[in-house]
Design a protein around this ligand. Sequence first.
Ligand code: SF4
Ligand code: SF4
Length: 279
Amino acid sequence: MAKYGMVIDVNKCNGCHNCFLSCRDEYAGNDYLPYSAAQPLHGQYWMQIGEKERGSYPKVKVSYIPLPCLHCGDAPCIAASPNGAVQRRSDGIVLIDPEKALGKKEIVNTCPHRVIFWNEEKNIPQKCTFCAHLLDEGYKEPRCAEACPTGALTFGDLDDPESEVVKVLNTNKTEELQQAYGLKPKVVYIGLPKRFIAGEVVFGNHQGECAEGVKVTLIHDSESKTIETDNYGDFEFEGLTANSSYTIRVEHEGYDSKEMTVQTRLDMNLGEIVLQEEA
Ligand code: SF4
Ligand code: SF4
């Protein structure tokens, strides 16, 4: 018996919504009982695409974060449904039983990720099923993963060392969404947005010229990392820890170096850093 899971690579997601649309195509108006009843035409997003904008002009980044049900190994939606209205199959897929969940609106609020939706017309809670009805027919992946043009969604058997999902897990650093919830999700992420520090260096005696090749060092605890400004004089450190203190040192031969301490409460655009010639 397979144990299904998915890896979502945020770095590869361009926000095209193909996954969302294929999910809607599969479920809107289509019954797959006993797996799921038809989605209404409006108001449900079994695959949501969150958009996170970071930084400030002109150093702005946008990340798209796809969010299906995470099919948690320790799922509060199951724990809060003692009559079996929400169940985990032996392959790990968490399903809401449309019959047993009839009238149980309270199930919607049991998911801290807010991926359960209320169907007013049918009087039932509903969510992503990992396309269990298709998997049981022999399909290898749900519609969303099949439709993704960038390979951002990798689905498969977590117990099969030859499966693509296991290879992706073994070769990348993955993390849980909202790890503090402690839900042991079967959907994990690569590249969830962290903090960044960016800036632009110019030489005081050549204003208007890009200061290319300037050494910029990031220091945090006892570790440091040095990069060089690009041909626009820009630099950037990505993947930093939130609410931490970092030191930035900017150095170039013939110029006075500059050092500053930065708190990553937010993503930081340090703006223009002017290096003056040594006296
Ligand atoms: S993401 Fe929410 S609905 Fe899905 S299994 Fe986890 S708690 Fe339940
Ligand atoms: S189809 Fe792929 S690239 Fe497009 S929004 Fe979904 S996950 Fe992102």
